[in-house]
Design a protein. Structure first.
Length: 262
């Protein structure tokens, strides 16, 4: 059989496409992740919900790993398993990585940001994030600690959402009762401090905070001086206490359902 150049190119293209589809979905970012996991068989399934992790820039990138990739991507994949088991949300088994440089951000109404006290935002990032919230987007931030990191986070928020109201969530706030009633305040600590004083990087007091829009809707849910991502990531580790892992799942489920219904 004689193969024309066009046929050979077509075969090469199809093989490359098949290889990319069968490969690890986020292989190009795994060098920036702390704990990359194997893809499950249904990694490419199209679903009604995807857990999107924000890939942002930080001056700390390259010091140990990319700042955005802490606990990724085992953390969110284990949380997604819980979300699928505990709710009827048709959630994709693997995360969506959303680069802050891309307008693809508008396609994903739920975002999760880790270590966000170290983000570095330029004018383009500010404009894109502001439009994201104006279009109804929701951001959950986690695993940042101490007043320096809080100030770094707020410096960005004040540019993205000027005039936005930052509040301490009260025990009766809707977001804490969408599925589970979470009136009790218990810190969710990281694995590295769970059996000690539970204080990480000098973040002494845990806070459940939020940024509200002009209608009073939570647009940024803030887990400050806590580390829910670690609780999700190590929920399968006997050394990590079940009480904190279960609480982290309940908080995450509440935030997802709130974002989808408000």
């Amino acid at each position: 059989m004689r193969w024309t150049l066009g046929t050979l190119l077509l075969v090469a293209f199809l093989l490359a496409a098949q290889s990319g589809h069968n490969g690890r979905r986020w292989a190009q970012y795994e060098s920036e992740m702390q704990n990359p996991a194997e893809d499950p068989p249904d990694a490419w399934e199209k679903t009604e919900f995807a857990f999107a992790r924000l890939r942002y820039r930080s001056q700390r990138d390259g010091y140990y790993r990319a700042r955005w990739g802490v606990d990724a991507n085992k953390s969110e994949r284990q949380f997604i398993q819980g979300l699928r088991r505990l709710t009827r949300v048709h959630a994709r088994s693997v995360e969506q990585i959303v680069d802050i440089e891309s307008d693809e951000i508008y396609d994903w109404p739920w975002l999760y940001g880790v270590g966000i006290g170290d983000w570095t935002l330029n004018a383009s990032h500010i404009k894109r994030l502001r439009q994201y919230f104006e279009r109804g987007g929701f951001l959950m931030v986690d695993d940042f600690h101490n007043e320096r990191e809080w100030a770094g986070f707020m410096a960005g928020i004040e540019r993205v959402l000027p005039g936005g109201t930052v509040v301490e969530l009260e025990k009766d706030d809707t977001i804490l009762h969408t599925v589970y009633n979470l009136s009790e305040r218990v810190r969710v600590p990281g694995l590295n401090v769970v059996h000690g004083d539970q204080i990480e990087r000098g973040g002494v007091v845990p806070h459940w905070r939020a940024v509200l829009d002009e209608r009073g809707r939570v647009v940024v849910a803030i887990c400050f001086n806590m580390d829910l991502g670690d609780a999700w990531e190590w929920a399968d580790l006997p050394e990590y206490p079940e009480r904190y892992a279960s609480l982290a799942y309940r908080i995450g489920v509440n935030y997802v359902i709130y974002a989808m219904t408000h």
